[in-house]
Design a protein around this ligand. Structure first.
Ligand SMILES: [Zn+2]
Ligand SMILES: [Zn+2]
Length: 368
């Protein structure tokens, strides 16, 4: 983090050195020399193995790549392989889709999450002890490079050729991780949000054809058409002519047909990842609808059960009431019978009293 800031501050040293055409030329030469080592070396060779190199050129390429101060060659390749495996998914270490522009541009490098390289992702590279040594002494090449520029060209060499050039080289490279997953044209239906940009292809010697690259990472060429300028590939092609480069992987044969197919189905315009998001939302929507219907159905069943229960209870109450009224009727009849019996009994007593009075010669108790 501190080193990163200090190099930015040191790049401002060009204002003290003063304007210099030689400085500008040195800055650009140093930029493109090391950009080549990053794109053709770190990226297309060490990360993707799109061609073969002898052991000495391989070491020189790694050494030159590390003059760009983008940490060790194995660290770089290991993280880049991880990026391709999970591009723009939550595991991706530098996806602007997942964690925003600044994180994908510099945040992930400055964080300590990726301090230790994961050598398990680069078993083919770890077996070279000289690469392992370089990776463990990540800043030795860049330090030697800066010193050499100073001794060769003085302060102009150091501030233009090293500090300013390194800062530009950093941001040029980092733009591939940030800008090229956000802005530009999509041609192929990749599962990430990678895009193509002519401007970035000029700045990064062909890496601006990033959507092409994510579609065909095994190809050493990232520009497929003649107008998709890809300086790294031209130099690799030259290297092949010179016998330095072996087995250079060309663009995929079906690149035109795949682009036409992607355009015809409309899948290139929105990445497959977006499509998956839409599909998953639609699925969720249907699930919600289904679960709502299920709930409504359950509620209806419950309501039915409650209604049946209430009806049964009502019937029972009705029966109870009928029973009660029958009992009351019987009781009433009994009372009537009792009254009748009592009345008959009274009449009998009265008759007997009248008979008794007659026998005693008593006047008729009845008035009148
Ligand atoms: Zn990418
Ligand atoms: Zn790549």
């Amino acid at each position: 983090m501190l080193g990163f800031l200090l190099v930015h501050v040191a790049a401002l040293g060009v204002f003290f050195v003063g304007f210099s055409w030689k400085g500008i030329a040195l800055c650009l030469a140093s930029y493109y020399l090391r950009m080549f080592a990053i794109t053709a070396g770190f990226h297309r060779y060490f990360s993707h193995r799109t061609y073969g190199l002898g052991r000495v050129p391989q070491f020189l390429m790694a050494f030159l790549g590390q003059t760009a101060a983008q940490r060790g060659v194995l660290w770089w390749a290991s993280n880049h392989r991880h990026h391709h495996r999970y591009s723009d998914r939550p595991e991706d270490i530098h996806s602007p889709i997942q964690r925003g522009f600044w994180w994908s541009h510099i945040g992930w490098i400055l964080s300590h999450d990726q301090d230790e390289p994961d050598y398990s992702r680069v078993p083919d590279l770890v077996r070279f002890p000289e690469l392992l040594w370089l990776d463990r002494h990540e800043y030795v090449p860049t330090f030697l490079y800066a010193v050499a520029l100073y001794f060769a060209f003085g302060p102009v060499g150091l501030f233009y050729g090293y500090f300013l050039s390194t800062v530009l080289l950093w941001h040029g490279t980092f733009c591939i991780n940030s800008v090229m997953h956000l802005f530009g044209r999509r041609v192929y239906a990749t599962t990430d949000d990678s895009r193509n940009s002519f401007l970035l292809a000029l700045v990064t010697m062909g890496e601006g054809w990033h959507n092409n690259h994510h579609w065909a990472p095994q190809s050493a060429a990232q520009g497929f058409h003649w107008w998709e300028v890809d300086a790294s590939f031209y130099l690799l092609w030259l290297g092949e002519r010179l016998g330095l480069v072996k087995g250079l992987h060309r663009r995929p044969k079906h690149f035109r047909a795949a682009a036409v197919e992607a355009m015809r189905t409309g899948r290139a315009f929105t990445s497959v990842r977006r499509l998956e998001q839409v599909q998953s939302l639609t699925r969720r929507w249907h699930e919600l609808g289904a679960s709502a219907r299920l709930h409504a159905h359950e509620a209806l069943v419950e309501l039915d059960a409650a209604r049946a229960g209430a009806a049964a209870r009502l019937e029972k109450l009705h029966d109870e009431a009928a029973g009660l009224s029958a009992r009351a009727g019987r009781r009433l009849e009994e009372l009537h019978a009792e009254i009748e019996r009592a009345r008959a009994h009274l009449a009998e007593i009265l008759e007997r009293l009248v008979a008794m009075a007659e026998s005693l010669g008593m006047p008729d108790p009845q008035p009148g």
